[in-house]
Structures are given as C-alpha cells and as structure tokens.
Design a binder for this molecule. Sequence first.
Ligand SMILES: N[C@@H](CCC(=O)N[C@@H](CS)C(=O)NCC(=O)O)C(=O)O
Length: 232
Amino acid sequence: MRQLFELCGADRDVCYSPFAWRVHLCLLHKGLDFERVPLKFLEKEPLTPANSKTVPVLRDGDTWLKDSFDIALYLDQTYPDNPLFGSDIAIAQARFINGWLDRTVVMGLFPLVTADIAALQDAENGAYYRETREKRLGAPLEEVQARRDDMLPAFQVALAPARLALAHGPYLAGARPGWMDYALFGNFMWARIVSPFELLDTGDALYAWRERMLDLFGGVGRAAKRGFRHAA
Ligand SMILES: N[C@@H](CCC(=O)N[C@@H](CS)C(=O)NCC(=O)O)C(=O)O
C-alpha cells in the first residue's frame, strides 16, 4: 500500500501543501499509484510512524518517509526508471536548488497568501495556524498580506534564476520535466489553491511554463480543488 499524507483545509478535498505537491508530482512522474490522505494541521498522529510533525509523509509498504527532498531521493533509488534527478552531480545541484526554494521562494510567497491560508481552516486549526504563523511573521496575518501588492515585485525578481533557465528549454530540467520543475511548481500549486492572488504576468516565461506544468499528467494541477471563495 502506498499513501501520501498531505495537508488539507476544513474541506478535505482542498490539499495545498507545496511540499506535498512536490511529492505528488514525483509519484506521477514515476507512474506509481498512491492514495491521498488529507490531514488537518492538528492531526499529527498518523505521521508518527515516519517520526514526523510535518507533511508530506510517504508510506510505501512498510517504509515510512518524511521530507519532500528525501522522499524524491528514495523514489529515484527505489524506482530507477524515469529518473527525477539523473546523477550524483544533479542531486548535489538539487540540494542547492532546494535551499533556494525553501528559503527564497517559499519564504517570499508565504506573506503574500498567509491570511488566505487561515481562511481555509476550521476554528481549531485556524487558531493553531494563526498563533504559530503570527509568531513567525511578528505581525497579524491580515496586516502582512495587505502589503502583498508592494511585496510582489521583489518576489518576481527572486524567481529570476528559474526564468533564465527557461531560455534553454521548455522545462527547468530541459526537454522533459524533472524534480526541479515539480519542486518549484509545488509552490505555484500552493498559491493557486489557497488564493486568487496572481503571482505572474502573462508575458513572463514562468507563466507559460506554469501553464505547461498545469497540463501534465492529464491536467492534475489544473483540476485540483481550489479553496478560496469565488474560485474559477
Ligand atoms: N522540509 C519539509 C518541510 C515540510 C513542511 O514544512 N510542511 C508543512 C506544511 S507545508 C507542515 O506540515 N507544517 C505542519 C505544522 O505547521 O504544524 C519538506 O520538504 O517536506
């Protein structure tokens, strides 16, 4: 049995964790079947076999894994066909990219949608989210998010390395998508599901890349349920 434990809002069909989306797409890339297990923030008990307090967690038979990067490495080691990375050098480079994603992209995106994420939670999970995240941000979520139009240009500039790479092929990994594409795209899935706020201009090479990514695997990203009201 293969299960992907992810994060959901009050509506269990609204699964938005950027890290879980990375793994979701890596599993599809490998052609592996899996069951999605949506969990709310405070539902930590199912994660204990992986010794984790965060999602994603992957259960692959008797093997329990945590951390999206370690899960991607495991998938390539265990199911070598159709590699996500391709070589030891690619893995080392991916570690650097993972750091950029987690520190620059996730941290840059989080303030832009932070109150929208709170709006998806039920009362108990919303209170947990607000308390932990307001401590992190040092201000009320709504106050931070109210400045998102001013913060957006800096976020778009921070994406420049990915934009430059797309001058050389349709995907960051080249002619076909790889871990790097899924890892960056997971963040756009996060934003798409939690918020109506548009991050990219239509003329941006990343906009066209995001459209291609939304179409992969039968359009799984495009079909994912969005949580905010008046969603298209
Ligand atoms: N480095 C981890 C990060 C995972 C992570 O931060 N997950 C968040 C959801 S996006 C989480 O589970 N948070 C639980 C909490 O805040 O209680 C990975 O790549 O999997």
